[in-house]
Design a protein around this ligand. Sequence first.
Ligand SMILES: CC(C)=CCNc1ncnc2c1ncn2[C@@H]1O[C@H](COP(=O)(O)O)[C@@H](O)[C@H]1O
Ligand SMILES: [Zn+2]
Length: 353
Amino acid sequence: MMDNEVDVFYRELPKVELHAHLNGSVSCSTIEKLISRKPHLNIGHGMTAIGKGQRRTLDECFQVFKVIHQLVDTEEDILMVATDVIKEFAADGVKYLELRSTPREEKHTGLTKKSYIETVIKAIKQCKSEGVDIDVRFLVAIDRRNGTEVAMETVKLAEDFMLSSDGLVLGLDLSGDPTVGHGKDLLPALQKAKNCGLKLSLHLSEVPSQLEESDLLLDLPPDRIGHGTFLHPAMGGSQGLVDKVVKHNIPLELCLTSNVKGQTVARYSDHHFKHWYQMGHPSVICTDDKGVFSTDLSQEYQLAASTFDLSREAVWKLSHDAIDCIFAPDTGETAAQTEVDLFKASSVPLQGN
Ligand SMILES: CC(C)=CCNc1ncnc2c1ncn2[C@@H]1O[C@H](COP(=O)(O)O)[C@@H](O)[C@H]1O
Ligand SMILES: [Zn+2]
């Protein structure tokens, strides 16, 4: 979908983005700048994004991240990428953003996991000082393929930053290739994270083979679920899993284009959004990787509305209800203020199509 095909209603709708991987969110124009910094890598644009109507296997999608990681391997790159991504979300009408990213170490450029996180925080602060109209927070990501020890190390790092970042670092994400590794090996690290006050957003049941793992991880319980594609019985999951999600009232982060382009969902109308939304369960529309999947949050709301025949009032409520799912603490300065800023003062027209 071209940018100008997105109705102004969705662009102007104040939005909350809760599931965005930093390096999956890099736009074409930022990729261009990175390619010109590193021409020797011989990376073309077609290698970093999946265009309209295209599909990829999950494996191919994960190869794309490897290419992007080659382009983003210095503090300077991370600062530019994070700053651009934040400004793009703001330009798309996102008022509150939780970015997530896996801290990487690059020996040849001197990048450390600590300086990686510091650089993302620097970008967030820089945007704030420039007056960019968006509240940005950060979740430190654990890549499941790296196993127990790295997960534990990441929790420690996230805890240190949670205590020293003035509320910018709020929690942890568990992501990475869902066909690699098992959640039981990461359970102690996730438990430790929870005990020290880090919020948890876990990618769960992104592929059909993870039901046992999901059952285990739901007992933590996590504070939010990424995708949860195969939890519902209609998608091959079970009522027992749904019951756990409902009992703990765990919001789902749902990313329509990501699932269709990654082929875990055959078509938009088959997306599990419909099952959870019909149940009245907290369901938040998100982008996952706006760069890789060539989308943005306005488009995703418009797609949800056109696919599931949602009225403008329903779209408004969907966007508004996402505020209840943010990880920022509910103090006068954060959640309540966010709500006022986001919606009360907004003049988005509700009439028309
Ligand atoms: C393959 C596919 C359909 C992707 C969408 N679903 C995803 N599932 C699991 N982990 C992900 C997904 N998208 C991004 N990530 C994680 O985010 C990383 C990229 O962002 P970052 O470097 O952490 O800043 C990837 O290497 C991967 O670890
Ligand atoms: Zn994701």
